[in-house]
Write a protein that binds this ligand. Sequence first.
Ligand code: SF4
Ligand code: SF4
Length: 454
Amino acid sequence: MNISQSGPMKTKLDWSAYDNDGQADAYAQIPAQGGAYGKAVAVCIGNRQCQRDEKGVMCPSYRVTHEVKHSTQYRAATLRAALDGELGTRPFISEELTAAMDLCVGCKGCKRECPNGVDMALLRSEALAQRWQDLGHIPLRSRLFAHLPRLAGTMKYLNPLYTLREKLPVLAILMERWLGIAAGRSLPRAAGHDFLATEPATTISAGDGREVVLLVDTFSNYYDPQNAKAALEVLHAAGYTVHLARPAAGERPLCCGRTYLSQGMIDEARAAARRMLEALWPFVSRGLPVIGLEPSCLLMLRDEYYALDLGEQVASVAKSALLLEEFLAREHEAGRLNWTLKPLPGKVLVHGHCHQKAFGAMKAMRQVLGLVPELQLEFIESSCCGMAGAFGIEAEHYQVSMQMGELVLLPQVRAADLDTWLIANGSSCRHQIRDGAARESQHLVQLLRLAISP
Ligand code: SF4
Ligand code: SF4
């Protein structure tokens, strides 16, 4: 965007929610350009609570660097300067803004913990989209990460290459030079089969006919199909008939659009979200809950879909979307779970995904794990694990990603007894735990599956 010459800035995301709530008008100076996007920036009142180390999750980049220039406040101030024309006529490709945004992992810690609820993850997505527009192209690595949902079906064929990369460090170094993929990072292996290819659209349980929709995300479909399988079994055991969310016949599997949004590819994120809404609407319009496993995928339906200008269906879909643990906690409270869980004597150490924490879903994790007799629960008071989607795979971010993991999470995982169950619902978190502590962790659904098995 050329700030001085182009007239009103055209944003890629819909920021009109900030036009209406009046919060920015009340609290802070609104930048000259950017319209409602500027108001979303002006939500920051500069009281610097994001520059502290106390309990909580905000802000992981400040926590590891202790530098103001890597805090939420500094990012908001730099965005404000950009929209006020202080960073030149093409601020979104300026060094200042690039550096300020560099270590934002999009964890949404600020959306939850900042007293004014600054949503830097979303502000960053818009800034990235503006950056690509000004640059005139999107770098190859960003496109590769963003297009994972399209590429995931073929990723299993790369597994031998990944094995070779681990045996031949020179290959990892070449990949780092050519693609900017950190040589020190393992690369996740796709499973040999994708879950949706073999499962029927609907599986009927012996329960009383209550129905749910299971949203099988890209990661659960191609990388961890055992989690989707376990979710199916757990929901059946609890008495539900399960429909699998699917696209029209012949189309590729659904995707929430998260990978596109994180990389600033807003049009592609919107297209993915539209497909998702179309597929879910026949169920949502009947009042069925939509249940997801991967926090950042499912919670996108409740959060960022509002900024993608998708129409009136969004509100109903958002209200129906629940993480598995949220759904089970709700159903337990309503006395609707027809299952008997067997005792699992042992310890469980739980790491919450950033977005679970940002949306208050950790309470549901505690409630549901608490249903399993004889489990001893311990929750790690951690901030972002440091992987944050593709962030920890990027060569220039690898070190800081590991530092984020070392703040709390990785030392606690290493200190845990080998027979302690490690629970992490985010696939990125499990990847970080594997790389940083050489331990395997699991989605909560695997523990529930154990508890329902005879
Ligand atoms: S981002 Fe939030 S916590 Fe940080 S300075 Fe701004 S208003 Fe305060
Ligand atoms: S999204 Fe996370 S990393 Fe980015 S500014 Fe907010 S708290 Fe910091």
